[in-house]
Design a protein around this ligand. Structure first.
Ligand SMILES: Cc1ncc(COP(=O)(O)O)c(C=O)c1O
Length: 511
C-alpha cells in the first residue's frame, strides 16, 4: 500500500546505483607503473583473505550519464540562485560568487586547526578583523565565533547569563522572559540552559506589552530574549522601557540578531541597551545556508560579560605584530564547539563585509526595508489578505499578513497558497509563524530582489488569490508542476507510518 503522497510523486530520480550498466566506463585510468604495481601486489598479500574484496560495488556509468544525473538532481532543487526566496525571518539574500571563489583558496581549505600559529597568521587575522567589524556594527565589546547557528548562539548566550549571575551570587535567577512572538528557538534555548520560560504577550501594536512585562518581572528574572525588529517586522518602540525594567532587577537583555538586516548601520544592539547578541552570518552577512552550507552564529557581549566567553579568543600583539589564541579564560562557560567555529563561513562573511563597506551596509538596511514595505503596500490590498497589528505603521525588512479572511471565504489556507506558489516557480514564504497571527504569511524580499522581480512575485500572488475565489480545487491540490506533488505531511513525518526508502524506489512511477 503506497501513501497518497508517494503516489503523487510523479518523478523520483533513480540513484547512480540504479542507473548503473554493467561495463559502462566513465573514467580512463593510466597504466600502472610496473614497479608500483609490483609493490602493491606485495602489500596486498599481507592483507588477510577474509578482509579482501574483489568488488567495491561502485556504479558503472559513462561520463555523460553521470553529468546528466547530477544536472537533473540540481534542477530539482530550489535556491536563491534559482529565483526569489521570500522566506521570512530567514533572510535568503544573494550569496556573492566571489565569496565562494575566495574561500576555495588552498590557504584556507588546506589548513588544520592544530597547525602551529605562525603558519596560520593570515587566518587568525581574518577572524580578528571580522571581529573588529562586528564589534563596530553591534557596539559589543568582544565576540566568540564558536556557535554554528543562531540557535546555538542563543544557547551560548543563555549559558553566559547563567554563569554571570552565579558568579555574582545571584543563584535564585531561574526565569527567562520570552515574548509570544518569539522564534521557537528562543524559549527552547532558554529551557535547554535550565531556565523556566515566562511568556510576555504582545500588545495591539505587536510590541511587548509593557504593563504585563512590569507585572511578570521579579527578582527571579535572569533576562529577556528579544529580536528587534520583532518577528512581525515591527520595531519595539518601547525598547528603553524594556531595558530599564530588566536591568532594574539585575537581569540581562539578549538580542536575537536574526533580524539585524533592517538595522545595519542605523541602530546598534548595545546602544539599545542589550548585553548579549548573536548574529546569523548565514543570513545578514550573506553566507549560504539551509542546504547551501553550514551556518555561523557568533555571540557578542558587553564588557562585563567578556570573561564568560568560550576559549579561545583571537588576540593581536601589537608589539610583536602577531596574532595568537587566548585559552586562559578561567570564568568561561567552556567550549560549545571544537576549535573556532565554522571558519569558511567567517571568511565568506568577511569578504561580503569588505566588499560592501560601511556605506553599503546602510544601503542594505534601507533597501531591504523599502522592498518589504513596497511589497506589503501592494499585497495588503488583495482580497482576503489583512495586516494584523499596527496596520498603520510601516514594517522593517519583513512583514506578516494574515490569510484567515481568505480561508474563511474560500477554504484556501496559507499552506495552500504557499504550495501553489511553487507551481509558478517561487519558493514559498514562511507560513504559520509567528504563531500569534492566524494563517500567517511572512514575507522577506531582502535587498537582493529588483523592483521587477518583486512586481512579478506580487502578480503571481494576486493571480493565486483570484484562483482561490474562482477555482479553489486547483490550489488545494497544488503543486502540479513540481517534481514531487503534495505529500501527506502526517505520513511523511510520523515514524510509524513512514514508508521505508527502498519501497519508494520500488514503487517509482516515471512520466
Ligand atoms: C528570529 C529568529 N531567531 C533565531 C533563529 C535561529 O537561527 P538558526 O536557524 O541559525 O539556528 C531564526 C531562524 O530562522 C530566526 O528567524
Amino acid at each position: 500500500m503506497i501513501s497518497n503522497g508517494y503516489r503523487q510523486a510523479r518523478w523520483l530520480e533513480p540513484t547512480v546505483f540504479e542507473l548503473s550498466r554493467s561495463g559502462a566506463v566513465g573514467v580512463d585510468f593510466p597504466e600502472l607503473d610496473p614497479e608500483l604495481e609490483k609493490s602493491l601486489k606485495n602489500a596486498f598479500k599481507e592483507i588477510p583473505e577474509d578482509l579482501k574484496r574483489n568488488d567495491l560495488g561502485l556504479p558503472e556509468l559513462s561520463e555523460l550519464e553521470v553529468v546528466r544525473h547530477f544536472t537533473r538532481l540540481s534542477q530539482m532543487n530550489y535556491g536563491v540562485n534559482s529565483g526569489m526566496y521570500p522566506l521570512g525571518s530567514c533572510t535568503m539574500k544573494y550569496n556573492p560568487a566571489i565569496s565562494e571563489e575566495l574561500v576555495d583558496d588552498e590557504r584556507i581549505t588546506y589548513i588544520h586547526p592544530l597547525q602551529p600559529l605562525e603558519t596560520i597568521q593570515g587566518c587568525l587575522e581574518i577572524m580578528w578583523r571580522l571581529e573588529q567589524i562586528l564589534k563596530e556594527i553591534t557596539g559589543m565589546a568582544r565576540f566568540s565565533f564558536q556557535p554554528a547557528a543562531g540557535a546555538h548562539g542563543e544557547f551560548l548566550g543563555c549559558l553566559i547569563i547563567r554563569a554571570y549571575h552565579r558568579d555574582k551570587g545571584m543563584l535564585h535567577k531561574n526565569v527567562m522572559i520570552v515574548p509570544d512572538s518569539a522564534h521557537g528557538t528562543n524559549p527552547a534555548s532558554a529551557a535547554m540552559a535550565g531556565y523556566e520560560v515566562r511568556v510576555v504577550k504582545s500588545d495591539k501594536d505587536g510590541c511587548v506589552d509593557i504593563e504585563m512585562l512590569e507585572k511578570i518581572v521579579d527578582e527571579n528574572v535572569a533576562g529577556i530574549m528579544l529580536t528587534n525588529p520583532n518577528t512581525l517586522g515591527v520595531f519595539e518602540k518601547n525598547i528603553d522601557k524594556i531595558v530599564d525594567i530588566i536591568h532594574g532587577v539585575d537581569g540581562l537583555l539578549y538580542y536575537d540578531g536574526a533580524n539585524l538586516n533592517a538595522l545595519l548601520g542605523k541602530v546598534r544592539p548595545a546602544d539599545m541597551g542589550f548585553d548579549i547578541v548573536h548574529l546569523n552570518l548565514h543570513k545578514t552577512f550573506s553566507t549560504p545556508h539551509g542546504g547551501g552550507g553550514p551556518g555561523s552564529g557568533p555571540v557578542g557581549v558587553v564588557e562585563k560579560l567578556v570573561d564568560y566567553l568560550p576559549p579561545p579568543l583571537v588576540e593581536y600583539d601589537e608589539k610583536e605584530d602577531i596574532f595568537y589564541l587566548d585559552y586562559n579564560r578561567p570564568k568561561s562557560v567552556g567550549k560549545i564547539k571544537m576549535f573556532y567555529g565554522n571558519f569558511s563561513v567567517l571568511v565568506k562573511a568577511y569578504v561580503y563585509l569588505l566588499r560592501i563597506g560601511g556605506e553599503g551596509l546602510v544601503k542594505v538596511a534601507e533597501t531591504s526595508v523599502l522592498a518589504s514595505n513596497y511589497l506589503l503596500h501592494k499585497i495588503r490590498k488583495l482580497k482576503g489578505i489583512t495586516l494584523p497589528y499596527a496596520p498603520e505603521s510601516p514594517r522593517k525588512h519583513e512583514f506578516v499578513v494574515s490569510l484567515s479572511k481568505l480561508y474563511k471565504e474560500t477554504g484556501i489556507s496559507a499552506k495552500d497558497v504557499a504550495k501553489r506558489l511553487l507551481d509558478y516557480g517561487y519558493h514559498a514564504p514562511t507560513i504559520y509563524f509567528p504563531t500569534i497571527v492566524e494563517e500567517a504569511f511572512m514575507i522577506e524580499p531582502t535587498e537582493s530582489e529588483s523592483k521587477k522581480e518583486i512586481d512579478n512575485f506580487y502578480n503571481v500572488l494576486s493571480k493565486i488569490i483570484e484562483e482561490a475565489y474562482e477555482d479553489p480545487e486547483k490550489i488545494k491540490t497544488a503543486p502540479h508542476n513540481t517534481s514531487v506533488g503534495r505529500v501527506d505531511e502526517f505520513r511523511a513525518s510520523h515514524p510509524k507510518t513512514m514508508i521505508p526508502s527502498w519501497r519508494i524506489y520500488k514503487t517509482r512511477e516515471r512520466v
